[in-house]
Write a protein that binds this ligand. Structure first.
Ligand code: MCA
Ligand code: AMP
Length: 482
């Protein structure tokens, strides 16, 4: 009999197994009730017309219901498409058009949202409606090559692309990471990441569901809540900002964290000094790994063995990695092949073709270098990208919006180092005569177009942009000038 590949693996634990979820407001769910609620939610999805292969587009706050919706969508044979909660109406409209969903899930279904969605023939519902008790549906059979999710990532041309992720992509990566990082049902993960990205949704959640462990599910990274709940946890996963904030707080001592098994970092570079500082303060060597939405996780530092600061470790078992066209220092583009890699971008054969080599390797756009022991370091990026607190911002997308503003001739958007977020978005703008622009006025002008995290926090007005002889804007020079 055919099975639902991902759900058959994730929802196998005994009904009385350790708590699956536990939120600060006391919400608790064990594996038995979880299975039942997933089946009930899948039935609601089917009742509103969601069929196998259909997309379910969601923009919802982090909650246990959000997680049920992910699992139920996959159980119904459909494709989960979560969106950053910061996206504006204009951004959502683009995703509605591109993802072409059957159902849009919003925390509050305002009249305006219903009108926009219904004009496109899309049903609108809330997570509460969809996760209410009712009849149960059996998981719909889905094979490993079927889609489980589409995650949007911005592109260098300014338009977001939907990375398609199959059941096999997600399951293979979660199995490898569970084993490598030795997660078991005795683990309790402090989960403070959002669940609309790979890190919080797939790396954290799929691993814990596979292991049959417990999660303390915080709505966001609140340092007091983290300090309060870490004593009942064994593991934590986070972006580097989590660890720099913990280092700035005297409560996270060696004694307070002595019971912890592992701290994992990823999504953005962890500074070697943060790694060393955390080790000196707490005795824990943070385990840094590297991945991408399109590839899931690619490399990891060892669980047993030397976790080297400033490196992202070795390729995961079953994942092939190579560095193409290395220069004299061995620096080249990281390329990947394996069961973890996306089959391509949703309804975008052109971008899919551009992202793979002729012999089938996915081109990450990251510049890497291997040391003598095969540890990879990400030393730069070929792609024009800013990573702010773990959120990716593609400068082109912001430049297009700034350039469209009245009074603007042109702009260049780039990243500047920031002690808290790693990088922040900055803009250099050339104005028509007599214009003026600062952070506040630019923020106000872009507020209904771009999510807050994409809006420049530093703005400079220049008479012209620095260009090389080829006419290319010199972003390195802008960065150096601050
Ligand atoms: C929030 N704001 C931000 C960011 N987050 N601005 C720039 N960069 C950010 N990352 C803005 C809000 O819009 C708001 O703006 C103001 O900052 C305060 O919001 P608040 O929610 O209080 O922010 P915070 O607590 O400071 O949040 C920072 C954070 C959070 C904890 C680092 O951004 C976070 O949880 N990031 C994790 C991202 C993540 O999961 N990435 C994984 C991607 P205003 O005041 O103007 O309204 S997956 C991935 O990259 C790959 C696959 C991988 O390898 O994992
Ligand atoms: P995303 O588009 O959100 O999937 O982000 C993927 C990108 O984040 C990668 O291509 C890298 O540039 C970056 N990234 C993820 N993890 C790390 C890490 N540990 N160190 C450096 N960069 C990272």
């Amino acid at each position: 009999m055919s099975v639902n590949t991902l759900m058959s693996a994730l929802l196998t634990h005994q009904p009385d197994n350790a708590l699956f979820l536990n939120t600060p407001d006391g919400f608790a769910l064990e594996y038995g009730p979880l299975r039942k609620r997933v089946a009930q939610t899948a039935a609601h999805l089917q009742a509103v017309g969601v069929k196998p292969g259909d997309r379910v587009l969601c923009q919802i706050a982090k909650s246990p219901e959000g997680l049920l919706l992910y699992l139920a969508t996959v159980a119904a044979g459909a494709v989960f498409v979560p969106l950053n909660t910061g996206y504006t109406g204009a951004e959502i409209d683009y995703f509605l058009g591109d993802a072409d969903p059957t159902l849009l899930v919003l925390d509050e279904t305002t009249e305006a949202a219903r009108c926009v969605a219904e004009r496109r023939g899309v049903h609108v519902a809330t997570p509460i409606e969809l996760t209410a008790s009712g009849p149960e549906a059996f998981p719909v059979a889905r094979g490993g090559a079927d889609l489980a999710a589409i995650l949007y990532t911005s592109g260098t041309t300014g338009r977001s692309k939907g990375a398609m992720l199959t059941h096999d992509n997600l399951l293979s990566n979660a199995q490898v990471l569970r084993d490598l990082w030795q997660f078991t049902q005795d683990d309790s993960l402090l989960h403070a990441l959002p669940i609309f990205h790979t890190h919080g949704l797939f790396v954290a959640t799929n691993i814990m569901l596979l292991a049959g462990g417990r999660m303390v599910f915080l709505p966001s990274f609140d340092i007091d809540a983290v300090a309060g709940h870490l004593p009942e946890c064994t593991a934590m996963m986070g972006v580097p900002t989590f660890y720099t904030r913990m280092l700035g707080d005297p409560r996270f001592t060696r004694k307070a964290l002595a019971h912890m098994r592992v701290f994992v970092s990823g999504s953005a570079p962890l500074l070697a000094e943060s790694h060393a500082g955390f080790k000196a303060r707490t005795g824990h060597a943070i385990l840094e790994r590297y991945g991408m939405t399109e590839t899931n996780m690619i490399t990891s530092n060892p669980y047993d063995g030397d976790r080297r600061a400033g490196t992202v470790g070795h390729p995961l078992p079953g994942v092939e990695m190579r560095i193409t066209a290395p220069d004299a220092q061995g620096i080249g583009v990281v390329e990947v092949k394996g069961p973890n890699v996306t089959p391509g971008y949703w309804r975008n054969t052109e971008k899919t073709a551009e992202s793979f080599t002729e012999d089938g390797w996915f081109i990450t756009g990251d510049l890497g270098q291997l040391d003598a022991d095969g540890y990879l370091s990400i030393v730069g990026r070929q792609k024009d990208l800013v990573i702010s607190g773990g959120f990716n911002v593609y400068p082109k997308e912001v430049e297009v919006e700034i350039d469209a503003l009245p009074g603007v001739v042109e702009s260049a958007v780039y990243g500047l180092p920031d002690p808290d977020l790693g990088e922040v978005v900055a803009a250099a703008i050339v104005l028509k005569a007599d214009g003026a622009m600062d952070v506040a006025s630019l923020g106000a002008a872009l507020s209904d177009k771009l999510a807050r995290f994409k809006i420049p926090r530093r703005v400079r007005v220049l008479p012209e942009l620095p260009r090389n002889t080829m006419g290319k804007v010199q972003k390195a020079q802008l960065r150096a000038e601050g």
